[in-house]
Design a protein around this ligand. Structure first.
Ligand code: C2E
Ligand code: CA
Ligand code: CA
Ligand code: CA
Length: 278
């Protein structure tokens, strides 16, 4: 243990100890999970705000324990990133998303969005890997969107910008996730051309509820996006009031509990079929 200024010990407090052993548990078991096919993708619908049409879904990973309990990504993605397990995990997510996309495309034209970790972008060969998945399942590049967070754009190396242009050159679209929460500057948007900004739900939650500042931020983002020919999607749309405000503020698309929760594949397929009839 390290003694930090006086009698307070920073390490090995019960709390830190518990967290360390949680991480160890997660790391050990995540290896097994990958080998035993314990991961699954859930799908959360995305809608156009104008017309409220189903346009796609975001694939979100979950870990189904042998006893049936579901572990959410917030509990294992950070550990996977620290240990490098995110690489095989990310490969699995990409392949599974493409497999599901191929099935869904038989029913409706949809855009399937997949989350990428910065670690995946820093490994050479991502564009080839994506191309391989698309052709293995016979899906058009226009059906796939890749979501990255702003932190990826701070990467100084040419690898990330080259990967971005190769992916876009193939026809895969790119979205900035949690837009507005990172440290990146708007200058990065010139260097890394993307197709869509996903406006973080922290800007959406205060909307209309007597918070003009949130509205002003969203209006600024949608205005900038429009002049740079990018689309905007608002995350965390939970109320009808937020939906209406976002539509008025010029936001193109929305995703959130109001429009549909993340759901297992079979439920999402039923959802797609219902939407097609509506
Ligand atoms: P994210 O990419 O920002 O995903 C959106 C999260 O917000 C999801 O949490 C979703 O369930 C939740 N959400 C959706 N609508 C609403 C709403 O109306 N209100 C509220 N309060 N929350 C909403 P989830 O599934 O727990 O995922 C958490 C994070 O884990 C994701 O955040 C993403 O960063 C990461 N993640 C999930 N799947 C993957 C994956 O396959 N690969 C990687 N690298 N990261 C993933
Ligand atoms: Ca995302
Ligand atoms: Ca997000
Ligand atoms: Ca997030």
């Amino acid at each position: 243990a390290k003694k930090a200024g006086g009698a307070t010990y920073q390490f090995f407090t019960p709390e830190l100890n518990r967290r360390a052993s949680d991480r160890m548990w997660t790391e050990n078991n995540l290896r097994r999970a990958l080998a035993n096919d314990e991961l699954e993708l859930h799908f959360q619908p995305q809608f156009s705000l104008d017309g409220r049409l189903l346009i796609g879904a975001e694939a979100l990973v979950r870990w189904r324990q042998p006893d049936g309990t579901l572990i959410m990504p917030g509990q294992f993605i950070p550990v996977a990133e620290d240990t490098g397990l995110i690489l095989p995990l990310g490969d699995w997510v990409l392949g599974e998303a493409c497999r599901r996309a191929a099935e869904l495309l038989r029913h409706r034209t949809l855009l399937i969005a997949v989350n990428l970790s910065a670690v995946q972008l820093r490994r050479p060969g991502l564009a080839e890997r994506v191309a391989g998945c698309l052709s293995a399942f016979g899906i058009p590049p226009s059906a796939l969107e890749l979501e990255v967070t702003e932190s990826v754009l701070m990467d100084e190396s040419d690898l990330v910008s080259e990967t971005f242009s190769r992916l876009r050159g193939m026809g895969v679209s790119l979205a900035i996730d949690d837009f507005g929460t990172g440290y990146s500057s708007l200058a990065y948007l010139k260097r890394f051309r993307v197709d869509k900004l996903k406006i973080d739900r922290s800007f959406v939650s205060g909307l209309c509820a007597g918070n003009p500042d949130s509205g002003a931020i969203i209006e600024a983002i949608t205005g900038m996006a429009r002049s740079l020919r990018m689309q905007t999607l608002a995350e965390g749309v939970e109320t009808e009031e937020q939906y209406q405000c976002l539509a008025k503020l010029g936001c193109d698309q929305g995703q959130g509990y109001l429009l549909g929760r993340p759901m297992p594949y079979d439920d999402f397929l039923a959802f797609v079929r219902r939407e097609a009839r509506a």
